[in-house]
Write a protein that binds this ligand. Structure first.
Ligand SMILES: CC(C)(COP(=O)(O)OP(=O)(O)OC[C@H]1O[C@@H](n2cnc3c(N)ncnc32)[C@H](O)[C@@H]1OP(=O)(O)O)[C@@H](O)C(=O)NCCC(=O)NCCS
Length: 169
């Protein structure tokens, strides 16, 4: 498994992840197709400028065009100040093989070597058994349930936190 920066050529994978009702079931439902070309371009630019880490999960480095999903680490403002947040998605045919966990662990291990990220937060929906299982298994600490706005929808989430320098399993 390898992580590489997202590029504009990843539009198809973005559409399969973000415009699919099953993939987006715990994230408020599929997003419209229209916004995806802009979204992948914006993410690729931010990744290239190292403003945020938008990574594609490549299961086999010999086939870099075959992607299993994404893992993303970015900073943003909240009512309580700026935080670093991590999020992930794995396409159906690659789920349940440990790839999501390995990808998130790999990105947290990279974050450990850069002071800029600090504590890392994750907000999976309370109903997302796989993502909450992943947080538990990787060593995230559960803080509380919290309502989060994502793409204009209010989601009931579990707030997890991890110190990449100490806690990653
Ligand atoms: C959530 C998701 C990323 C998990 O990725 P994955 O590659 O299938 O997960 P892994 O195989 O790496 O499993 C990671 C851990 O979660 C656990 N897990 C996986 N599926 C689970 C489930 N349905 N219920 C409980 N735990 C589960 C695994 O047991 C594993 O822990 P372990 O190593 O201690 O056994 C993937 O299913 C997905 O993308 N789903 C749809 C979109 C989505 O929900 N995105 C996340 C929004 S926060």
């Amino acid at each position: 498994m390898q992580l590489r920066n997202v590029s504009p050529d990843d539009l198809d994978a973005y559409v399969r992840m973000r415009c699919d009702p099953v993939m987006m079931a715990d994230l408020g439902g599929p997003l419209p197709l229209e916004g995806m070309a802009d979204k992948v371009l914006r993410d690729a630019q931010q990744a290239a400028a190292d403003l945020a880490w938008f990574k594609m999960i490549v299961p086999d480095p010999a086939s870099p065009d075959v992607v299993a999903g994404t893992v993303t680490l970015w900073s943003h403002d909240t009512d309580d100040g700026p935080i670093s947040e991590i999020g992930w998605m794995v396409l159906p045919e690659f789920q349940g093989q440990g790839l999501g966990k390995r990808a998130v662990r790999a990105l947290l291990e990279q974050a450990r070597h850069q002071e800029r990220w600090g504590l890392v937060h994750a907000f999976p929906s309370t109903s997302n058994a796989a993502s909450n299982g992943m947080c538990r298994s990787l060593g995230f600490r559960f803080l509380s349930e919290v309502a989060v706005t994502f793409a204009g929808r209010v989601l009931n989430t579990n707030h997890w936190i991890i110190d990449p320098g100490k806690d990653v399993n």
